[in-house]
Design a protein around this ligand. Structure first.
Ligand code: NAD
Ligand code: UD1
Length: 345
């Protein structure tokens, strides 16, 4: 069997960590990425960590001719599909771009896969598909939907497309990986999350406050029905998440159909607990101010992790301490992200 895996969006945050995990166990990786939210420097860093080359096609998943070429030039065993746009608030302002990239992009990719007979697929889904009404912990058997923004709806819709595809063509084997809140960075400090502009997500914002790029953290609401009044989320280390993709690839072999798996640590941590954990792990203080709630935030959610453990043999091993230390190591070593070394190529 071929050992080549096509990774769309492989230059991004979760993609780069997954490339390293794949190379560590002997897969050859082929990346298609248009660099709309990433820097090619990240791929050089992946090669430094693994000591192995990455085959890179710079281009768009909407470009069917490019995808045809990628499938023709390689013996691809499976596809891991990260490419897409991911900012919730931006998706409310730019729904067409989000549906175009996330839905049409996935359709073009799937059609190219079908045409070339590659039928193992791992999809980057999100806990957001459980919508705004689901009881916690989120379990895979819950009905999905009730999404509240175009980003979430695009993930939900692609899940439906993939379920229907697997039902119609029994050669397809598909894993829908529903990530909870990915944080942290590779322990080398060479790759990590590199948001453009003001970070939307909690950990990148805290890291930028700690490194002196931003004055203070705004804590969005302390009047939620939770133990300390701030929201609870299920933070999962990106290195664990990357391993989840390796397990999913192994799981796909010899299977058919589509199955969803939660990838989370299985417990809710509050915003204030994260601030304290960061300060404790790094010794750096994080000034914060409580402000009003952010529209669209849910009070609390975390994963039921039984299915991923039972079927994929995957659990999140790394704890809060590693999440904080690794975030800080990356941020400290790369205060401007990849930008300082990016020559624009
Ligand atoms: P990211 O933005 O760092 O990586 C996405 C990569 O895809 C980028 O390198 C970008 O340049 C590329 N890309 C985007 N559109 C493309 C296109 N049309 N053609 C080719 N390349 C394209 O994001 P990430 O955090 O690594 O997330 C990866 C996937 O996981 C996304 O699909 C995201 O929606 C999903 N996800 C992320 C999170 C999270 O918190 N990071 C949570 C749940 C799900
Ligand atoms: C967000 C997305 C979600 C996506 C997830 C990926 C929204 C509404 N949801 O989820 O679709 O799958 O990222 O990780 O954007 N917080 C602050 N101050 C900040 C930033 C965040 O207090 O400056 C709080 C938030 O209110 C939330 C928690 O920190 O309670 C985590 O926020 P964030 O990292 O943005 O993740 P989610 O909101 O869970």
């Amino acid at each position: 069997m071929s050992s080549q895996v096509l990774v769309t969006g492989g230059v991004g945050y979760i993609g780069t960590h997954t490339l390293v995990a794949l190379q560590e166990v002997g897969y050859d990786v082929i990346v298609v990425d248009n660099l709309c939210n990433s820097s090619a420097v990240a791929l050089q860093r992946v090669e430094t960590i693994s000591g192995k080359p990455v085959c890179f096609y710079r281009g768009d998943i909407l470009d069917r001719a490019l995808l045809n070429r990628v499938f023709a030039e390689n013996q691809i065993f499976a596809v891991i599909h990260f490419a897409g746009l991911k900012a919730v608030s931006e998706s409310l302002r730019k729904p067409i771009e989000y549906y175009q990239n996330n839905i049409i992009g996935s359709l073009v990719l799937l059609d190219a896969m079908r045409a070339s007979g590659v039928k193992r697929f791992v999809f980057s889904s999100s806990a957001t598909v459980y919508g705004s009404e689901a009881p916690v912990p989120y379990v895979e058997t819950l009905q999905t939907g009730n999404t509240t923004n175009p980003y979430g709806t695009s993930k939900w819709m692609v899940e439906q497309v993939l379920q229907d595809t697997a039902a119609a063509d029994s050669e397809f084997a598909i894993a829908l990986l529903r990530y909870f809140n990915p944080v942290g960075a590779h322990p080398s400090g060479l790759i990590g999350e590199d948001p453009q502009g003001i970070p939307n997500n909690l950990l990148p914002y805290i890291a930028q406050v700690a490194v002196g790029k931003r004055e203070e953290l705004s804590v969005f609401g302390d009047d939620y029905p939770t133990p300390d009044g701030t929201c609870l989320r299920d933070y999962v280390h990106v290195v664990d998440l990357a391993q989840g993709h390796v397990r999913a690839l192994e799981w796909l072999v010899g299977r058919t159909g589509a199955e969803a798996f939660n990838l989370g640590a299985g417990r809710g941590i509050s915003v204030l607990e994260i601030v304290r954990a960061f300060e404790h792990a790094t010794g750096v203080s994080v000034p914060f101010r409580v402000v009003s709630r952010r529209e669209g935030d849910l009070p609390a959610f975390w994963a039921d992790t039984f299915k991923a453990k039972q079927e994929l043999g995957w659990v999140a091993n790394l704890g809060l301490e590693e999440m904080m230390v690794d975030t800080w190591r990356w941020q400290n070593a790369n205060p401007q992200g990849y930008q300082a070394v990016d020559t624009g190529k």
